[in-house]
Design a protein around this ligand. Structure first.
Ligand SMILES: [Zn+2]
Length: 295
């Protein structure tokens, strides 16, 4: 191993260790047992959970685990659940128009006024770390406005999360700096373009921006041809979305499949285990490092 690779791996290991042994401050300020907070889908839920932490709030999610968030259709009880919540957070009106329609003006947009612009009107904004931190600050600010007694606790939790996202960003930068290939061949939807751009990677999704947008046989054939011609060893997929198509491409090309997690979609098992934003992003990094052969 080259000395600079040794040094780089040492720095990466130190950041990874710091991420798991949070030197967060002692919680300060009041708690409010029974405060009811509702999130539209898992991305919003995962970020709100970081902020609510030890406040005593009860957090719930509208799109159930295992369901597909882009094509979610509200049920008759959706409006009732929103009405019963003290706060209802969602992405924004363009990414989740259904939430606007059923919330009677109570929906609070988190993907709003963000530092990094992303494709799809913020539909995957949290996959940029700066945006995830800003969304957490939005949660804290909105609740604190109505519940000033919680302000210190919420602000501290949001600041702790922001520090984690900064460390994740550094870890991604270091770990993805030196890779044999920089192209992510993805048999899934167009969710990771901003993440790829942040680390100077090229994102090539096979499906469209929404889950239902099936690629044409011509597009699929063209990607298979390219993967074969370039002798790509690993391709990426979202197990939850298009496993059949990904398996076909893998079988045709001999490439192995690795998962990338959008965090907007969550299996029942991962939800029950409480897999966090940080854990999903570290899984993404591990798979990117392996799939792109990063030193
Ligand atoms: Zn998506």
């Amino acid at each position: 191993m080259k000395p600079d690779a040794n040094f780089k791996n040492g720095v990466a290991a130190a950041i990874a260790a710091a991420l798991f042994f949070c030197a967060c401050g002692k919680p300060q300020g009041a708690r409010e047992e029974g405060l009811k907070v509702l999130a539209s889908g898992y991305a919003v839920y995962a970020i709100a959970r970081e902020v609510l932490g030890d406040t005593g709030a009860r957090l719930n999610m509208l799109v159930p685990p295992g369901a597909e968030p882009h094509s979610f259709e509200p049920a008759p009880q959706t409006a009732v659940r929103i009405k019963e919540a003290d706060f209802f957070f969602f992405l924004n009106g363009r990414a989740e128009p259904w939430a606007m329609q059923v919330s009677d003006g109570r929906a609070i947009a988190l993907a709003y006024n963000l530092p990094r612009e992303t494709a799809g009107a913020g539909a995957h904004a949290w996959l940029s770390f700066d945006n995830a931190a800003a969304m957490a600050e939005n949660v804290a600010a909105y609740i604190a406005r109505k519940r000033p007694q919680l302000e210190r606790r919420l602000a501290q939790n949001a600041a702790d999360f922001a520090r984690e996202t900064q460390m994740l960003d550094r870890l991604f930068k270091i770990s993805l700096a030196d890779c044999q290939t920089r192209v992510i061949y993805h048999i899934g939807h167009n969710a990771f373009d901003s993440l790829a751009a942040d680390y100077n990677l090229i994102f090539k999704p096979l499906a469209g921006a929404v889950f239902e947008a099936e690629p044409s046989p011509r597009q699929t054939a063209a990607m298979i041809k390219e993967i074969k011609a370039k002798k790509i060893k690993y391709i990426f997929t979202e197990e939850a979305i298009s496993p059949e198509l990904a398996r076909v491409v893998a079988a045709e090309t001999g490439a192995r499949l690795l998962d990338l997690y959008t965090i907007e979609h969550i299996t029942k098992k991962d939800f029950d285990e409480g897999v966090t934003y940080k854990q999903f992003m570290i899984k993404n990094l591990e798979n990117l490092k392996k799939g792109l052969s990063c030193a």
